[in-house]
Design a protein around this ligand. Structure first.
Ligand code: GUN
Length: 291
């Protein structure tokens, strides 16, 4: 039987565990505070930001939101960032990506105080992660690690193929999984759009992580029997639904399920974990700032 890994259930456990730590911090006068910043009005980003606000409420994190006009000059966003850096009630914040084309996201990230960078995107935090001394693990890779742990998937010595080399998922996850650590010690192959014979790389893997943003790219024919499949993709594809679209992953779930020993669904797999790990990083930021 293929195990369907329930990201909602694991995320719910993580939120429960965080609630105690949050109340302890609040009792000491430091209720954790998270801000979200959204520049522009991308509908998917608005949905994500709303969900992050709701998550905060549920666990007792104080949430704040700042909208920046999509046509504003970059300096307006930079001012918002400077204000958040100076605000002692904000322990962590994120600037939702993507930002409009006239703003370079790298310029944005460099301005974020690294101790408030709960996305883990600032160069200082990227460097620390690569050096094996992470302050904040980026939320999606950390969520993937927690899902593997929850499904009792052995990592050490295993072949992991990651499809996708993004700064947000593929690169940090590869770095985490190769580290000399209890949740590392894997052998990792990172594939991307220029990879020759992708199917050979996915077929030879014990664990496949799909994080490439191509709907249903990975199907059952590309997997060996017994593979653990983690689908990070969230793709909106046109469909005859109320909203006019449906969400599909980077994995063709039905055919992959026939081969996999365990697999995450979309939605309800990695997505809720990303959100839970943002709360985790916010609590960590608050704890570090109170020390
Ligand atoms: N856009 C898509 N994923 C993310 C994320 O993890 N953080 C931010 N800030 N923006 C995103």
């Amino acid at each position: 039987m293929t195990e369907i890994i329930d990201g909602n259930a694991v995320a719910s456990e993580i939120r429960d565990d965080l609630t105690d730590a949050i109340e302890t911090l609040a009792d000491a006068g430091a209720r954790p505070g998270l801000a979200t910043v959204l520049m522009g009005d991308d509908p998917a980003s608005q949905t994500y930001v709303n969900m992050k606000q709701r998550d905060c409420e549920e666990v007792g994190i104080e949430s704040h939101h700042v909208d920046v006009d999509g046509d504003a000059p970059p300096e307006e966003l930079f001012e918002t960032i400077a204000d958040l850096n100076d605000d002692p009630d904000i322990h962590g914040y994120i600037v939702q990506a993507p930002v409009p084309d006239h703003v370079d996201y790298r310029d944005v990230i460099r301005r974020v105080d690294p101790s408030k960078d709960v996305d883990g995107f600032h160069p200082e935090n990227v460097g620390r992660l690569v050096a094996g001394d992470a302050r904040f693990r980026p939320c999606t890779p950390h969520g993937v690690q927690k899902l593997l742990e929850s499904a009792n998937v052995e990592i050490e010595g295993k072949d992991v193929t990651i499809v996708g080399r993004s700064d947000i998922v593929g690169k940090p996850l590869a770095n985490l999984l190769i580290q000399k650590a209890e949740d590392g010690n894997a052998t990792v192959t990172v594939c991307h759009s220029r990879t020759d014979d992708l199917a050979a790389k996915t077929r030879s893997a014990d664990i496949v992580v799909a994080a490439v943003g191509v709907p249903e790219l990975i199907d059952g024919s590309m997997l060996a029997e017994g593979t653990v499949v983690i689908d990070v993709g969230v793709n909106r594809v046109d469909a005859d639904t109320d909203k006019g679209y449906e969400l599909v992953g980077d994995v063709d779930f039905e055919s992959a399920k026939e081969k996999a020993s365990a697999i995450t669904p979309v939605p309800g797999g990695v997505g809720p974990m990303t959100r839970a790990m943002l709360l985790y990083n916010t609590v960590k930021a608050a704890s570090l700032q109170e020390d």
